[in-house]
Write a protein that binds this ligand. Structure first.
Ligand code: ADP
Ligand code: MG
Length: 343
C-alpha cells in the first residue's frame, strides 16, 4: 500500500508582511507542534513573548482535555465509559464544546470516531475497511444519542463502542482561546495558524489588514486567492490535507457519516471565514461533507457574517459576496473560474 500523509498547514497560508520601519512594534514568532499539527503565532508589542508562551500553554491545556490519544483526557474518559450507564464528570469547557458540536449532525458528527479508527486515521495506520465493517460501525455514529448535561458538567455515551472525536473542531476552539489569552496580555496585533485555522487579531501594526492566502488544492505551492482578514478567522478543510492511496484510489480524512466513506461531494476544499474559530473549523468540515449546493443553502440562512470559499472539482470557485471586497483571485491562470455568490 502506498501511504501518503500530508500534515495540515497546507491549506491556508499566511502572508504576514513585516512591520513598517519606524513603527515601534517588534514582531515575535513561535512555532510548535500540538493537536497533531504545526502551529505558529506571530504577535507584536513588548509583551508578545510572554503572551505567546501563555497562549501555547493554553493550547497544551486544551489538548490534554480533548485528545483521543491520551488516556487521561476528558474525551478518553468519556469514550472509555461508553455503554457503562455512568455519566462522566468533565471540565465545563469540554461539555460546552460537546454541546456546541453535536448540533451539526448528521453531516458533522463528533461521534464519527469508530469509523475514523476503522480507516486508521487516528493512529496513522491507514486501511480500507470492508463494507461489512462499516455497516456494523455506522449505527454507533449518532451524535443525537450523546447525552450532555451542562448544568451538572457531565456527558455520557449510551452504547459500548460509541466514541467522540473532536478533531474537526478542537483546533478551532483552541484558536479562540489562544487569541483571548493574547488579548488578555495586551496584544492588539497578532496572527495565529493552528493547522488550517488562521486567526487575525486586529490589523498588522501598520493598520492594514492581514493577508491570508487560500492554497490551490491541486498545487499547494500556488494560491487560489488572497483575502484580507481583521479580527476574523479562516479555516480550510480539504481532502488533500490528510489522505492515503490504495490500489490507485485516494482516501482522505473527512468522512461522510451517512456512508462511512470519505466525503465525495464534488469539493476540493472549503474555506470558512467567521468571527469565531471554533465555528469556522467546524463549518469547514461540515460544508465539505454537505457539498456546494447544500453549503450555500446553509450560508443563506446565516446572519452572522460567516462567508464561504468553495473550490469545486470542476474548477469553479464559489465565493460568497461578503468576501468580494479586497479579494485577490489568483486561480484564473490555472483554469479556475471565480463566481461571486449573492444571497
Ligand atoms: P484538519 O483537522 O485536518 O485540519 P478538519 O478540520 O476538516 O481537518 O477536520 C478533519 C477531522 O475531523 C478528522 O481528522 C476527524 O478527526 C474529524 N472528522 C472527519 N469527518 C468528520 C465528520 N463528518 N464530522 C465530524 N468530524 C469529522
Ligand atoms: Mg474542521
Amino acid at each position: 500500500m502506498k501511504k501518503l500523509l500530508i500534515f495540515p498547514l497546507t491549506c491556508l497560508l499566511l502572508l504576514t508582511g513585516c512591520a513598517l520601519p519606524g513603527t515601534e512594534s517588534k514582531a515575535s514568532s513561535c512555532q510548535f507542534f500540538a493537536m497533531d499539527t504545526i502551529m505558529s503565532i506571530t504577535a507584536y508589542g513588548s509583551s508578545a513573548d510572554g503572551a505567546m508562551v501563555a497562549a501555547q500553554q493554553e493550547i497544551n491545556r486544551l489538548e490534554a482535555l480533548f485528545s483521543r490519544t491520551r488516556d487521561d483526557s476528558d474525551i478518553s474518559k468519556l469514550n472509555a465509559a461508553a455503554g457503562s450507564g455512568q455519566a462522566v464528570t468533565l471540565d465545563p469547557e469540554t461539555v460546552s464544546l460537546l454541546d456546541f458540536a453535536r448540533d451539526y449532525a448528521p453531516w458533522f458528527d463528533i461521534t464519527i470516531a469508530p469509523v475514523m479508527d476503522a480507516w486508521g486515521f487516528t493512529k496513522d495506520s491507514n486501511r480500507v475497511p470492508s463494507q461489512e465493517e462499516l455497516n456494523r460501525l455506522l449505527p454507533l455514529v449518532d451524535a443525537s444519542r450523546l447525552e450532555v448535561d451542562a448544568d451538572r458538567s457531565v456527558a455520557q455515551l449510551p452504547q459500548a463502542g460509541m466514541a467522540v472525536d473532536l478533531g474537526g473542531v478542537a483546533k478551532g476552539y483552541a484558536g479562540d482561546r489562544a487569541v483571548a489569552i493574547l488579548a488578555e496580555h495586551g496584544i492588539t496585533s497578532a496572527i495565529l495558524a493552528l493547522g488550517g485555522n488562521i486567526t487575525a487579531l486586529g490589523t498588522k501594526p501598520d493598520g492594514s489588514a492581514w493577508n491570508v492566502a487560500v492554497k490551490d488544492p491541486k498545487d499547494t505551492s500556488k494560491y487560489i486567492c488572497v483575502i484580507p482578514l481583521v479580527n476574523k478567522t479562516a479555516a480550510t478543510s480539504g481532502g488533500y490535507e490528510r489522505y492515503f492511496v490504495e490500489n490507485g484510489v485516494t482516501y482522505h480524512h473527512i468522512i461522510d457519516p451517512t456512508t462511512g466513506y470519505p466525503a465525495n461531494s464534488g469539493l476540493l476544499s472549503v474555506t470558512v471565514v467567521a468571527d469565531e474559530s471554533k465555528k469556522a473549523d467546524l463549518l469547514s468540515t461540515y460544508c465539505f461533507v454537505l457539498g456546494a449546493d447544500r453549503a450555500l443553502d446553509a450560508w443563506r440562512t446565516w446572519t452572522d457574517g460567516t462567508e464561504l470559499i468553495l473550490v469545486k472539482t470542476d474548477g469553479t470557485v464559489l465565493i460568497t459576496e461578503g468576501l468580494e471586497e479586497g479579494l485577490d483571485f489568483q486561480g484564473k491562470e490555472r483554469g479556475y473560474e471565480c463566481q461571486i455568490v449573492r444571497r
